[in-house]
Structure formats: structure tokens, C-alpha cells
Design a protein around this ligand. Structure first.
Ligand code: PLP
Length: 436
């Protein structure tokens, strides 16, 4: 029974509104790895929502913690007032972050975390008398959310086109290279030299104008683009050499997606800031965060006279008490179920082997993976775009996936079991044989 007459009023985000409203896909409830739609179908959620429901759907522990917090303290201003759960959550979060990133700036989404990180970078450069360092370096194919800072450093044309002028930014080349790296398991072997482009950009613009470099360690929304072996370390070296901050956008790669709390630990590279969101609350409550190197916080805070606001930035809902409660309960689950490491164990190996068994199926030109994130890339013989059609066929066959052009992306809940992985592979194989 629907409580609305028309779909006209909800302008859906990143959605073909007219097509969707003509053929809606309505999800009524979700539990574990399953979505249940309004037609009574059970659909495997092979993307953990939007790369966020890492511990699976319907976790009672999280819902109860949120309800209790809402009854105790639903909201109070985070400006000049505080609440225990904000401090408790920040202290708990930094147990998982790299060694020197112990300060947390709270936002409400990945996009806001990115904006906050970019502004922290500028505040830091100003605070230490290097206000001439105002430029950012992003990367092609990058997705850093949808706000103006994020689309400036982002590298996806449709998200930028028509929204200019943007911030002063230059872009590194992306690292996707099927000619050398197709069907690589884990990190691709070739492409470390793409990091050297940063050296060229630094020479071109001058290090004295560059505040920070921001990259996703593994880019998700750009089509699951993996860093070649040694690439991230090389970026770190170049940034350090030129006194440029390095920001890892770990909105997707954080919270166990790659088999470690963060990609930083997985790849053993420590950035100066990490942006986080999504899995930080298992996707149940909006929350974003920037994890900041201690020295950055100290520099910004100590530059302002005692008793004055040091950083003119923040959100009404920064450290929202109900989101903090969701986050604490989420961390309890990650810990008690060993989810942050699970992707680097047997299930990650099974996922890799199963997806790579699709090599040789018609239309499939690449399979790539790391931990529990993967992509299968297609090329239709006639060159037409097939990703959206494959996504639709998957849904009809009980599998929810994400299409990025001709790339189908997977980021299943970290609780996924082998039989679910088998379902993913069987569905993809049968669709490839039907379509090509
Ligand atoms: N950064 C990255 C790497 C993302 O993948 C996303 C979302 O997918 C964002 C930022 C934006 O997050 P949000 O949609 O919560 O604003």
C-alpha cells in the first residue's frame, strides 16, 4: 500500500528521473546481504548500498543505539557546546587510523568531508605563513563528491561540465591501463610512472603554489581504478619532497573494504589527511569525517589568539549525537565480527578467484579486484554502451550492481559468503552469454 499518489515531487539524485519513474525499482526492506523489493523479489546487494553497508543491512544493535541516543540527547549545537558521545566517538575512531592522524573533524557525508579537508589544507598553509600554496592537484576519473571543491579536484567530466568556474586545480592522469594490466589480480603491475606526472605538475605550477594532492587510493565511482604497485608510495615521496600535503579520500576504501581499516594501512602509505564517510556508520546514519595529522591541527589551532575560533568551518550536524551512536555500534560490530580484516582472508581470495573465472566470457574485457571491491568491464562488439543494460538485467535476475559506463562495479557487504559470490558470478556469466 503506497502512501503517495505521484512520484513527481521527489527529484532523484544521480538518476534518470523520467526512465526511473516509468519503471520504478522500489526497495521495501533489507536484511543482511538482501534487498526486498515491492514485487516480492529478493535481490542480492552486491554493492553494499552505495559502498557503505559494510556490516550488512538491518543491524539491530545500530538501530537500538541510535534510538537510545535520540531519547537521551537528540541534538545539541556542536559550536561552543559539546556532548560526551562526540568525544567518545572521535577517541574511538583514531584507534583505527594511521599513527599520526589523531584529530577528527566531523561532517555529514563524503562530499562534506572532502570540502572540509580541502579547507583544512588551506587553513594549514595559511597558518604557517604559506598562503601562496592555494592550488590543489586531483586526478582524472576521481570522484570526490559533488560540492564545488570536490568537483574541482574530481576528474569525472559530466560532474564538472557546466558548473564552472571551479577552484584552481590540475589533474594527474588516471591509472587505468587495460593494454598492460587487464585481468590483474590485486594491484596492477604496470603504471608506477604515472605518479611521476606529479613531479611534472609541480615543476609546471611551482611547489610554492600547491597546497595539497588528493587521490582515492582505489577509485570507486570512476570505475574501480586500482593504484599500480608502488604508485601511492611514489606520490607520498614527491609530496614530502615538495612540502605538499597528501590527502587520501577513503570514503569507499575505509572501514575494511580492502581488508584493513584503511587503504593507508593496506598499502603502507601514511597521508596527511584521510576523508571518511559511508562505512563509518554502516551507512545507517549520515556521517563524514576527516582524520588529520596532529601537526596540522596544532599549527592551525596555535596560530589563532587564545579564546578565538581557530577554523571558521563546521556544520550544524557535525558529530550529530545519533550518528555518533550509530558509528560506535558499527565499530563494535566490525570488531566483534572481525570485519575490517575479513576481505584480506579466505573470502577475499574466493571473491578474486570467482570473478576471474569470468575471463573468456563473451564481451568481458577486464576483471580487476582488491579486497572486496571489484569491477568487470565490458566492450560490446558494436561499440554500444552496455553497462546500464547489464545492470538492469542483473536486477531482473536478483542482483543489484552498479554500472559506470561499461564497467560493472562490486563492493558487497563484508559479511558476504561464498554462495552469494557464486550467485554473482553465475548471473554475470549467464548475462554475458545471452547478450554477446
Ligand atoms: N569521495 C569518494 C571517494 C566517494 O566515493 C564518494 C561517494 O561515493 C564521495 C566522496 C562522496 O560521498 P557522499 O555521497 O557521502 O557525499
Amino acid at each position: 500500500m503506497k502512501n503517495y499518489q505521484s512520484m513527481d515531487h521527489f527529484w532523484m539524485p544521480f538518476t534518470a528521473n523520467r526512465a526511473f519513474k516509468n519503471a520504478p525499482r522500489i526497495i521495501e526492506r533489507a536484511e543482511g546481504v538482501w534487498l526486498h523489493n515491492d514485487r516480492g523479489d529478493k535481490i542480492l546487494d552486491a554493492t553494499a548500498g552505495l559502498w557503505c553497508v559494510n556490516a550488512g543491512h538491518g543491524r539491530r544493535q545500530i538501530a537500538e543505539a541510535m534510538g537510545q541516543q535520540a531519547m537521551k540527547l537528540d541534538y545539541t549545537s556542536p559550536f561552543n557546546l559539546g556532548h560526551d558521545i562526540g568525544f567518545e566517538f572521535a577517541e574511538r575512531l583514531v584507534k583505527y587510523t594511521p599513527e599520526n592522524l589523531n584529530r577528527v573533524f566531523f561532517a555529514n557525508s563524503g562530499s562534506e568531508a572532502v570540502e572540509s579537508a580541502l579547507k583544512i589544507a588551506l587553513a594549514y598553509q595559511n597558518a604557517r605563513g604559506k598562503g601562496g600554496k592555494y592550488r590543489f592537484i586531483g586526478r582524472e576519473k576521481a570522484y570526490h563528491g559533488v560540492n564545488f571543491g570536490g568537483i574541482s579536484v574530481g576528474g569525472l567530466t559530466p560532474n564538472r561540465k557546466g558548473f564552472g568556474p571551479l577552484l584552481p586545480v590540475d589533474h594527474l592522469p588516471h591509472t587505468l591501463d587495460l593494454s598492460r594490466n587487464a585481468f590483474s589480480k590485486g594491484l596492477p603491475e604496470h603504471g608506477i610512472e604515472k605518479a611521476l606526472e606529479l613531479e611534472n605538475l609541480v615543476q609546471f605550477h611551482g611547489a610554492e603554489t600547491i597546497a595539497a594532492v588528493i587521490v582515492e587510493p582505489v577509485s570507486g565511482a570512476g570505475g574501480v581504478v586500482l593504484p599500480p604497485i608502488g604508485y601511492l608510495k611514489k606520490l607520498r615521496e614527491i609530496c614530502t619532497r615538495h612540502d605538499i600535503l597528501l590527502i587520501f579520500d577513503e570514503v569507499i576504501t575505509g572501514w575494511g573494504r580492502l581488508g584493513a581499516p584503511f587503504a593507508s594501512q593496506k598499502f603502507d602509505v601514511e597521508p596527511d589527511m584521510i576523508t571518511s564517510a559511508k562505512g563509518i556508520t554502516n551507512g545507517v546514519a549520515p556521517m563524514g569525517a576527516v582524520f588529520v595529522r596532529d601537526e596540522i591541527y596544532d599549527t592551525v589551532v596555535n596560530a589563532a589568539p587564545e579564546g578565538t575560533i581557530e577554523f571558521f568551518h563546521g556544520y550544524t550536524y557535525s558529530a550529530h549525537p545519533v550518528s555518533c551512536a550509530a558509528g560506535l555500534a558499527t565499530l563494535d560490530i566490525y570488531e566483534s565480527e572481525g570485519l575490517l580484516e575479513r576481505a584480506s582472508g579466505e573470502i577475499g581470495e574466493y571473491f578474486e578467484a570467482a570473478l576471474h573465472s569470468l575471463k573468456g566470457e563473451p564481451g568481458i574485457v577486464d576483471v580487476r579486484n582488491c579486497g572486496l571491491v571489484a569491477a568487470v568491464q565490458y566492450a560490446a562488439p558494436d561499440g554500444s554502451l552496455v553497462g546500464p543494460k547489464i545492470m538492469q538485467r542483473c536486477y531482473e535476475k536478483g542482483l543489484s550492481v552498479r554500472a559506470v559506463g561499461d564497467i560493472i562495479a562490486f563492493s558487497p557487504p563484508l559479511i558476504i559468503e561464498k554462495e552469494h559470490i557464486d550467485q554473482i558470478v553465475d548471473t554475470l556469466g549467464s548475462i554475458a552469454r545471452e547478450m554477446f
